[in-house]
Design a protein. Structure first.
Ligand SMILES: Cc1ncc(COP(=O)(O)O)c(C=O)c1O
Length: 396
């Protein structure tokens, strides 16, 4: 096999014998669904992040839904969300009958623009629709602008949820990203920084949110079903306090998550090494003026390595560039096609591209290069060589 022509995937989970062993242990235990493993994963995750409460769920989407439901979002309520994100961030507001209000991204950043956010808060207030909260996203694992968004939430009395799907683990001066608001939600989807296949975790310091989320993630049952079967003092009887959801995490997933959590620092180290090499090679290359690289940051999970092409200096479009990389065996992705361009949101809320100039500009240039813990130095060098060749060939 010729390694140099093998396809390099955009992302690849890093799972080994310890994860396999953990799944076997659960399979052989006779208890597959939410139980001792999920409970242990929650405790270990809370300890890791410093959050008073951690609640395991079967996806970050489920976690975001539970968070906004517990924060009281109902029909007609408005929540500010970035347009430059995955649909989960906004759709969970719709699940509750509320309306997401889309905010442009800050020029030069991948995160929500505090100035546009405040403008939209004031416009809502002027129209008599008091906004209820903000869901902010740490895109790629970068908390850029978060402090200013948090100031806005405090100034206007809005709840704040961190969509921290990309942001584990990110140590900031104030604590772990995800723990700096009313509730933070992490994703353990297959390509995330740690994975359980599908899964997520909600963290909060608020006792009221913890209580509501605990019940709502499992049908609105007033206590954990697990106790029903394993606690000898528990009886078969339980109550339903609300029409809840089926969002609990299985013990098989949790067992994998516990191993991945132990490896999180090692994974981050490998991502950092990869990012440093990308920045060193591409930053020092003759084509460095034809692309914008992410700025190096310590407090970043480096879930994604997002670059922006200087398309005005090139004869190739972003899509054309992606096609050539694919032909050369390099997987890429685009984060994100903004939500205001998606037909559902565009039609339902009559959104126009010109209302989101920064997101439109970013979308036309942005792509994510491969980044995962198993990416080798040789692979990064090959990716950089192809990027340089393609950019040089299409220089105007
Ligand atoms: C920013 C963001 N939020 C939420 C999610 C949803 O995560 P999950 O797939 O765990 O529901 C994703 C998934 O990619 C995401 O990128």
């Amino acid at each position: 096999m010729n390694l140099s022509t093998d396809t390099i995937p955009f992302a690849r989970p890093c799972l080994g014998p310890e994860e396999e062993e953990a799944v076997l242990r659960v399979m052989r235990s006779g208890w597959l669904t939410t139980g001792a493993e999920a409970l242990a994963f929650e405790k270990e995750f809370a300890l890791y992040t410093g959050a008073p409460h951690a609640l395991a769920v079967n996806s970050a989407t489920a976690g975001l839904h539970l968070a906004v439901e517990a924060l009281g979002i109902g029909p007609g309520d408005t929540v500010l969300v970035p347009t430059f994100t995955f649909t989960s961030t906004a759709e969970v507001v719709r699940y509750c009958g509320g309306d997401p209000v889309f905010v442009d991204l800050a020029p030069g950043s991948f995160n929500m623009d505090p100035a546009d956010c405040e403008k939209k808060i004031l416009a809502l207030k002027a129209s008599g629709r008091e906004p209820k909260g903000i869901i902010t996203v740490h895109i790629a694992g970068d908390t850029d602008n978060f402090i200013r968004i948090r100031e806005l939430s405090l100034k206007y009395g809005l709840f704040l949820v961190e969509d921290a799907a990309h942001a584990f683990p990110v140590e900031t001066a104030d604590g772990m990203a995800g723990t700096l608001s009313d509730a933070g939600v992490y994703s353990f989807y297959a390509n995330k920084t740690i994975t359980t296949g599908e899964g997520g975790m909600i963290v909060t310091s608020r006792e009221d949110l913890k209580e509501r989320i605990s019940a709502m993630r499992l049908h609105g049952i007033n206590r954990a079903v697990w106790n029903r079967y394993t606690d000898s003092s528990a009886s078969w009887e339980y109550d339903i306090v609300a029409p809840g959801f089926k969002y609990n995490m299985s013990d098989m997933a949790a067992a994998v998550g516990r191993v991945q959590l132990k490896r999180a620092a090692e994974f981050l180290e490998k991502r950092i090494e990869a990012v440093r090499l990308y920045l060193e090679i591409l930053g020092g290359s003759s084509v460095s003026e034809l692309l914008e690289l992410p700025r190096w940051k310590e407090d970043h999970s480096w879930h994604l390595f997002m670059i922006r092409l200087s398309t005005e200096k090139l004869t190739i479009s972003r899509n054309g560039f992606i096609d050539v990389l694919k032909e050369r065996g390099i997987g890429t992705s685009v984060h994100y096609k903004p939500l205001h361009m998606m037909s559902y949101y565009a039609e339902h809320y009559a959104l126009a591209p010109e209302d989101f100039p920064a997101a439109m500009d970013c979308y036309s240039r942005v792509l994510s290069l491969p980044l995962f813990p198993g990416l080798t130095e040789q692979q990064i060098r090959r990716i950089c060589t192809v990027v340089e060749e393609v950019l040089e060939k299409h220089r105007k």
